[in-house]
Design a protein around this ligand. Structure first.
Ligand SMILES: [Fe+2]
Ligand SMILES: [Fe+2]
Length: 164
């Protein structure tokens, strides 16, 4: 049995998140280039730095668990990023593109929030309190990013509505 225990599921989902975070590290620079709004660009830049920290926290957890972070490709994030790429390939008014980029980024954040919520809870049940702290820190940053995106959208969506 591949998933015989909650610990197995914990490791499986951590691998999924590790793959997701690494895919995000590659996707965000393209989104930064594509964004027109200064505020949106700098928000993406800040989250790129945070995302590097998310990978480091996961590395720490895998070391403590004596498990490899490799071996899984997160198909959920792959799909979300593919949707984003499709958006970015289109000819769009800059403000409309920015509104679309915010939506794409929020799809990414919500996926991460669901994943980190689950593994944080498993870590707690499995008695790994140090891992709970690491995962909670990342979860908090994902939630803050999502809230900031909602704030920026308040402005950009209105501008997108006025475009063309
Ligand atoms: Fe992240
Ligand atoms: Fe994120």
């Amino acid at each position: 049995m591949e998933l015989g225990s909650l610990r197995d599921l914990f490791v499986e989902e951590l691998k999924d998140l590790y793959s997701a975070e690494n895919q995000i590290l590659k996707a965000l620079p393209r989104m930064i280039k594509k964004a027109s709004s200064r505020q949106l660009k700098s928000g993406f830049e800040q989250h790129l730095k945070e995302t590097q920290g998310h990978v480091e926290r996961l590395d720490k957890i895998f070391q403590e668990l004596d498990e490899s972070p490799r071996g899984k490709k997160c198909k959920g994030m792959e799909g979300i990023i593919a949707d984003g790429k499709e958006l970015m390939s289109q000819d769009a008014e800059p403000q409309v593109m920015d509104a679309g980029l915010i939506s794409a980024a929020q799809h990414m954040e919500h996926y991460e929030i669901a994943g980190y919520g689950a593994v944080r809870t498993y870590a707690d049940l499995l008695g790994h309190s140090n891992m709970v702290d690491l995962l909670q820190s990342t979860l908090d940053e994902e939630k803050t990013t999502d809230e900031k995106l909602t704030q920026v959208a308040g402005n950009i969506n209105v501008q997108a509505q006025k475009a063309a």
